[in-house]
Design a binder for this molecule. Sequence first.
Ligand code: UT7
Length: 324
Amino acid sequence: MANARLTAIGMAVPQKQITNAYFESFLETTDEWIVSRTGIKTRYHTESDEFTSDLCVKAIQNLQATYPEVNLNGVDMILVSTVTPDQPMPSVACRLQYKLSLPQAGALDVYAACAGFSYAIVLAKGLISAGTHRKILVFGAETLSKITDFTDRTSCMLFGDAAGVVLVEADETGNVGECITGASGEGGPDLYLSGFTTEIDGQPLKMNHTIVQNGRKVFKWAVTKVAEQMPILAAKNGLTMDEIDWFVPHSANLRIIEAICNETGFPLDKTLESIVDFGNTSSASIPLALYQGVVKGKVKKGDKIMIIGFGGGLAYAGTVITWG
Ligand code: UT7
């Protein structure tokens, strides 16, 4: 049976850097509040004519520059995790199949918000293990600034735009381990983007087509759920948490990462984050954090890396990757 090996990684952000001072200019907020409550110092926003597929193309260019030996010929599936596609149809994955000239590739968008990149890795592993596909591009990419409510001071300073991508290939041994997936669907009304229906479970939705969240409830759910799942995921991979070299949770808020570490006793200095420089980039946040860890030389060959995505749904997924 073939196994899944993550062989290359890349990322991209738009040109336009947004500091906390930008929010001070039109909201009742301060750099001090944003840094102390979220950890975020900067994030990047796309221009009005720049979309998720454009960031994905830049992320691929970065992957190819970082790994010049990588050849995209033979890519047979493109998975794109996003809640901010250029448009609902065609999918971002189909746009990329065309833009990247990958004639043999199937194309599918995955819709699982901040858990989406981890879910897409689970799918890529499944397709490779089933023997139906051998070379898969997995993107986590968002242009959240396009669905941000800039009148909501409790959320608008959080979000950033970015794309991350990994190449997952079939080989004998693989390096993508056992996975977890799950959801707490009753938490749907705590984090949503309105669409057609005007209510969830009898609760009226704010129909403004921007992200609405109950920050405190999502915060508590994230800390409790991720802290509970970490040892379960480690055990599924035959490991204890002591044997995990790097923990890469979704970068929603630095305080969430700190709280998870407090709860579990996992050392904060063995976590990788992308929140401080890039904000909350939803499904892009894990590949961004991982890429930074790799290019800064923190992540070494053989390191055991636990990733766990969590967010809107509410949903979560994770796996353990052995680097190299
Ligand atoms: O990606 C997955 C989805 N999202 C998340 O995971 C988000 C999870 N939640 C969070 O990150 C945090 O809950 C937030 C960053 C959204 C909010 O932080 P918090 O520490 O939970 O603040 P809070 O909502 O409890 O508000 C504390 C105070 C309030 O004032 P009062 O009621 O104590 O007088 C807010 O009005 O801070 C006030 N506040 C602000 N003050 C200055 C809220 N936003 C701001 C702001 N600037 N931007």
